[in-house]
Design a protein around this ligand. Sequence first.
Ligand code: 5GP
Ligand code: ZN
Length: 117
Amino acid sequence: MTDCVFCKIIAGEIPSTKVYEDDCFLAFRDLSPVASTHVLIVPKEHIESVAVLTPEKEAEGLRGIFCVAKAVAEADGIREDGFRLVVNTGQHGGQTVPHFHLHVIGGKELGWPPFAN
Ligand code: 5GP
Ligand code: ZN
């Protein structure tokens, strides 16, 4: 996707602070972190959102993503204390970048519920 900011990060056309990479996923620090750990895990395949997911896309593009989240949490030293995984989806879900991404947020005790209104 030529217009997608995360595809450009994956392609190396936009710089990012990478924390993990394998054949299927890239993980990098969020530009506007909400906690000391705020990492985005993106599939290298352009998948817009959960709203357009199919079993095939999930199996091909997202398999193993939770173990990547665990590895990211381990590397940042927050695995044992805990962390939050967030997937904003569509306009009402607050998704601003239309390339699926899993937020890994931690480093402090997070409030619940997460929404302000
Ligand atoms: P969403 O609101 O779609 O769930 O999350 C998108 C996230 O991407 C936001 O937290 C935003 O700060 C982050 N973001 C947007 N553009 C960039 C960028 O160019 N680089 C990085 N590292 N993060 C970005
Ligand atoms: Zn993309």
